[in-house]
Design a protein around this ligand. Sequence first.
Ligand SMILES: [Zn+2]
Length: 470
Amino acid sequence: MYQQQIEAYFHSAEHRQQMLDAIVRLCRIPSEKGSPMPGKPYGEGPAAALGEALKLAQELGFPVKNYDNYVGAVDLCDKASRLDILAHLDVVPAGEGWTVTEPFAPLVVGDRIYGRGTADDKGPAICALFAMKAVKDLGIPLSGNCRLILGCDEECGSSDIRHYYAQEPEAPMTFSPDADFPVINTEKGSLHSPFTAEFSAGETLPRICSVECGVKVNVVPGTAKAVLEGISAEETREYTDAVTMDTGVAFQVLEQDAKTVVTAVGTSGHAAMPENANNALTALLELLSCMPFAPCEGLERIQAIHQMFPHGDYYGENAGVAMEDFSGKLTISLNMLHYDLTSLKGVYDCRASLCATDNTLRDVLLARFAKASIQMEDTPMNPAHHVPEDSPFIQALLRCYQQYTGEPGRCIAIGGGTYVHHLKNGVAFGCSKIGVDNHMHGVDEFAEISQLLLSAKIFTQAIIELCAQP
Ligand SMILES: [Zn+2]
């Protein structure tokens, strides 16, 4: 029902232009997180973007509420909430090297609108707002409310929605247009525990003086560096070729201040998909483990870490935690390590299948590290998130997707966490098209206008299906 009216509504040049103008209006405001100010927990930018979005919603005739500049809410009607749509107005930093337009000067080129936030997540937020407007303009009678929640801290830890849900209940159903279509209903659990060890310095040469690697726990490192003593660059190079052949990671070797400096160069990537990167650190440990260093406690620890996380073992086989279910294989990636003559500390990033428990994951890793005299921090895993595919809510979303795209709807499991990870009945729904890279978080971020319009239609239908039923 209503498909014809909805198609016609978003086919109108006037409505299309209104939507684009609204996106431009919000994307002009730089809204990356800033230092907290009185009444502005995330600084000036996010508060300004929220103020503008709520003003726009009011102009469209909706009642709004500002929750202390943490989030804002826009209500479709005054009935009890049945559906929340959770989008965000904060953005990641613009970065350098934009080529099409300045990051905060949104520009339409053909079917694309360029600018920071156009795809993540101001564009999708506006799609949801105009879907609500369409439901209102089409005069469809509602039996439950749809509330658009506009957050201001999705990119830096989602403290915004913690503030909100501390005072408001979760709606019976929530979707977040901050990822991909069709529906992401499963998000893996995670564990990223730091580990440390102290030991006595090995006095005999050759020895490893230091290893330095990693920027962020969730980034597979693209480079890693070791400083060696008592072994020349020339001798070191005798070992690097074989490891490069084996791993695809290149090594630069130089002599500096009577020491040998080895830099491993792989490919960095997101820890949720370690297969797509080439981990420089695990390749460096492979190299160090096959070189003829004098035995010492530190070397034993390096070798133990190498055995737990050999290069290319993305699935925890050697760490003893390999597992798999419908949510996919567990992945684990060693991403940071600092080593000196008397201590080491490191951290791995593990994305765990739905079936993982502290018992089958954390405790196994704890024991493995302990056996090598390395202490792992004993924190519980962040549980996985899952909403059953056969629930009427998910079935309705899949139906709406299918109805407007003509493509089969299906549920997806991912290794990353989305905005709804901690919501009981929340899923990610839209707005990116499968196979299109919108350069979210990169330079030249863009959204496809046709995809935004399609998303707005799908959301309109979803609101009707979920809120207009008796
Ligand atoms: Zn986002």
